[in-house]
Design a protein around this ligand. Sequence first.
Ligand code: ACO
Length: 341
Amino acid sequence: MPTSPSAQGARAAVVCGLGAWLPPRAVDNDELASRIDTSDDWIRTRTGIRTRHFVSPGMPTSRLATEAGARALESAGLDSVDAVVLATTTPDRPCPATAPLVAHRLGLTGRPAFDVSAVCTGFLYALATAAALITSGAAEHILVIGADAFSTIVDPEERSTAVVFGDGAGAVVLRAGGAAEPGAVGRVELGADGSLADLITVRAGGSETRSTDVPPSRADAHFSMAGQEVFFHAVTRMAGASRTAIADAGWRAEEVDRLVGHQANARILHAVGERLDIPRDRIVIHLDRVGNTAAASIPLALAHAQSTGGLGAGDRVVLSAFGGGATWGATALTWPDLKTA
Ligand code: ACO
């Protein structure tokens, strides 16, 4: 039964479509252990990851993003939106942004399209940006994509990072609606601390090193992460931001049905759950199948949970992430009745 705008509450951005795509090439822990000094047991016990997908040569992030975006549009029953926002840390090129190319390939040439860079928190930064464009009245429908191909920036011989990441893309479509509707995105709690910039970085390749004539070392040319320190900050910030998002929604922690956190490490997600008093059976785990897919992680986990019955209409969901920058964020929403494409 249609409801009046006032019954739906203030104008809000409402999730109305969801899509995901993984590159076909699956790489399990044993395959990695055949190339570098690691083991399936170490990877599983330290992270929870069993397998992940890697792009094939010549498959850039735009391909992942286009595939996921097309599926999200199909799920929403739309062939057009007013803007495309792409969260990624692995753009096709340092210049220009990747979103215009993705929008063009989706038949959306002429629409505004831009990238958002907040590493593993990128999807939540993009979601907040798109939701603000909708609530301001600047747009009615926006495609929000998280896509990353970290296999292209990690050193395949550096065991501490090579085993952790995977490639993929996930996307949602937001439409203008009411704040009381299922799917309405609550206020997105965001934060950043640039004093932690060195904890998660690709040091070379930007203006800082290109402004000198010194060729980068192998380590500087690849992704690096201070794992234990990042672990600590991830737990602290994801728990804090989630607590704020739960309070903003007017919920108590025991009323949260699903915690969909950035899928970096199962131990991080369990520690966040413990701090929030959210039991393990309410924590969505998808990293076992895909690893840490950076900006794609949350929409991929949502799509997997929805398609396997782990997420249903009416569930009270908290999304939470921590990533390079450092950046972090969280939001809460009641899950809508969606068709996954
Ligand atoms: N296989 C076997 N041994 C390994 C491997 C491996 N793949 N990697 C490291 N080790 C060894 C180390 O050499 C070390 O050995 P030592 O004790 O002899 O020196 C030992 O294992 C422990 O290494 P740690 O780095 O302390 O391992 P830890 O338990 O911290 O796990 C991990 C590493 C998985 C990276 C963890 O720290 C982690 O998940 N960190 C947080 C990641 C995160 O939250 N990321 C989100 C943001 S990422 C982003 O924004 C892109």
